[in-house]
Each structure stands twice: as structure tokens, then as C-alpha cells.
Design a protein. Structure first.
Length: 129
């Protein structure tokens, strides 16, 4: 598969997770009244589970099952790092720079999506990180 097609698939699969993320954060924060940081954590978990599946099978076309334990550990360790960085930066942007939480999250989504492509590419390749 060409690199361009892989990037397009990564974006499409990622968009699905991002859509789930934004629906979750918005509904929890605006409709249910959950603190935006807690909403962001819940939304991040939902996004990570859907993204792992789509990225492994569709984007990187890795249908092997023997690598799943290694990939799960690596993917969720990376996701934990992204979660901590995202949540910390979201808090700083909202509380100290007074950026609306959804606008701040949009900026962070773009930033972390670029980094996540390269991390995911390594995780779902035949080489371990």
C-alpha cells in the first residue's frame, strides 16, 4: 500500500475516533455537567479503543493475531503518554490562557494526530518499539 493511501486511511480512521471523542466530551460536559477534564479522559479512552482496532486492521492492514499482546501494550502506553500530555496541555490552555475547551482540544488533536501517525506506524509494523 502506498504511503499516501496509508495516511488517508489513518486520517479517516482517526476521524472516526475523533468524532467519538468530541461527541463524548461535549455531551458529558455540556449536557451532563461533568468537569471538562474528566470528560476528556472518558472521551480519550473511547477514542483509543476504537482507534486501536481501526488502525491495526484497516490503516496498517495488520491482521496478525500473534502480535496483538505486544501491540496492545505499546499502543496503550503511547495512549497513556498522549492522555497525560493532552490533559495537561488542555488544562493549561483553558485555565491560564482562557481558550474555550473545545478550541483548545482541536489544536491539541491536530498536534497529537501527527505524532500518533508515526508512533502507530511503528507499533503496527513487524518491528517492536
Amino acid at each position: 500500500m502506498s504511503r499516501l493511501l496509508q495516511i488517508i486511511r489513518f486520517g479517516a480512521a482517526g476521524a472516526t475516533g475523533v468524532l467519538l471523542y468530541y461527541i463524548t466530551i461535549y455531551v458529558l460536559t455540556e449536557w451532563i455537567g461533568v468537569w471538562y477534564i474528566a470528560s476528556a479522559v472518558a472521551a480519550f479512552v473511547i477514542n483509543s479503543v476504537s482507534s486501536f482496532t481501526l488502525q491495526k486492521i484497516w490503516t496498517f492492514q495488520d491482521k496478525s493475531t500473534q502480535a496483538v499482546p505486544r501491540q496492545l501494550v505499546q499502543y496503550f502506553l503511547a495512549a497513556a503518554v498522549f492522555l497525560i500530555a493532552n490533559t495537561g496541555l488542555l488544562f493549561v490552555l483553558v485555565e491560564y490562557f482562557h481558550v474555550w475547551y473545545l478550541a483548545a482540544q482541536l489544536v491539541l488533536t491536530v498536534l497529537f494526530s501527527i505524532v500518533n501517525y508515526f508512533v502507530s506506524q511503528r507499533i503496527f509494523s513487524s518491528q517492536a518499539l
